[in-house]
Design a binder for this molecule. Structure first.
Ligand SMILES: [Zn+2]
Ligand SMILES: [Zn+2]
Length: 273
């Protein structure tokens, strides 16, 4: 049970039996114990089989933006083959790390973090992809900023919570405000590729040039949707003199595979930037 930490194990067990938590994905009952090492937010909101069911993007992906290729053999003969998007409009970032599909449990976990202030989940989500960050050399970590008006209504930037946890675990310096969002952009839903790019045009401005100039940066977002936001933010940083920008989001929307039945119903709101 949540909020029962002062009642003691015996009463907690009784309360858990009377009012067990339900898994946020499959609704099965979860018995939680505050003295258990497993009582982390991921185990409070999700049952273990659900948490472990998250789908990684394990197939061949674009070596630049990490978009999954439809064919398993795409990279067999030309490992540096980049996707059509990256050829048509090369991003300013050097690499995108987007290890999980934005669907099912991952989508729900991000919605809980983003809209219901379950901030403890940031640590569990970062746990899932720490290995994907190995080998990276980073001078500063920062998050894609949200516009001040959105920050007022939501009170915190969920991407910054993820960036903060990455910085803590990797012992990389964290910048809270390297960049600012100077334009409140429209929702990206239903826009064409060209319109999305135009929508994001000059949405950001660098605030601390000393943290950018000549630096290797890791830019964190919660979901990689169309990439328009991260591309524009990375472009702003590179124009300001960054040495390299790697972008990272735990989850990625995968389009064109008919998997929408498995996506959380609140998904469209996440597309708003
Ligand atoms: Zn479950
Ligand atoms: Zn690509």
């Amino acid at each position: 049970m949540l909020g029962t930490t002062r009642l003691g194990p015996f009463f907690e067990t009784i309360l858990d039996l009377i009012y067990p938590q339900a898994c946020q994905h499959c609704a099965s009952k979860i018995i939680t114990h505050s003295w258990s090492a497993k009582n982390t937010p991921s185990h409070v909101y999700f049952c273990t089989p659900c948490w472990e069911s998250m789908l990684r993007l394990n197939g061949p992906v674009c070596p630049v933006c990490s978009a999954p290729f439809q064919s398993e053999s795409t990279l067999l003969h030309s490992p540096s083959h980049v996707c059509g998007d990256c050829r048509e409009d090369p991003p300013s970032f050097s690499h995108a790390i987007t290890p999980y599909r934005y669907e099912g449990v991952m989508a729900k976990a991000i919605c809980l973090l983003k809209y219901e202030q379950r901030t403890g989940l940031a640590k569990n989500i970062v746990d899932l992809f720490m290995a994907d960050l190995s080998g990276l050399e980073v001078d500063w970590v920062t998050a894609v900023p949200v516009h001040l008006s959105r920050l007022r209504s939501r009170e915190f930037n969920q991407s910054l919570l993820l960036a903060k946890e990455i910085a803590r675990r990797k012992e990389w310096p964290l910048s809270l405000d390297m960049m600012t969002r100077i334009r409140k952009t429209d929702a990206q839903v239903g826009l064409s590729k060209k319109q999305r790019k135009k929508n994001m045009h000059r949405a950001f401005r660098v605030r601390h040039l000393d943290q950018v100039s000549g630096q290797r940066l890791l830019l964190v977002d919660d979901v990689y949707t169309t990439g328009a936001t991260l591309k524009e933010a990375a472009k702003t940083l590179m124009k300001a003199g960054a040495k390299a920008v790697t972008v990272c989001a735990p989850a990625r929307m995968v389009f064109g595979e008919g998997n929408s039945h498995n996506i959380d119903h609140r998904t469209p709101t996440v597309l708003q930037v």
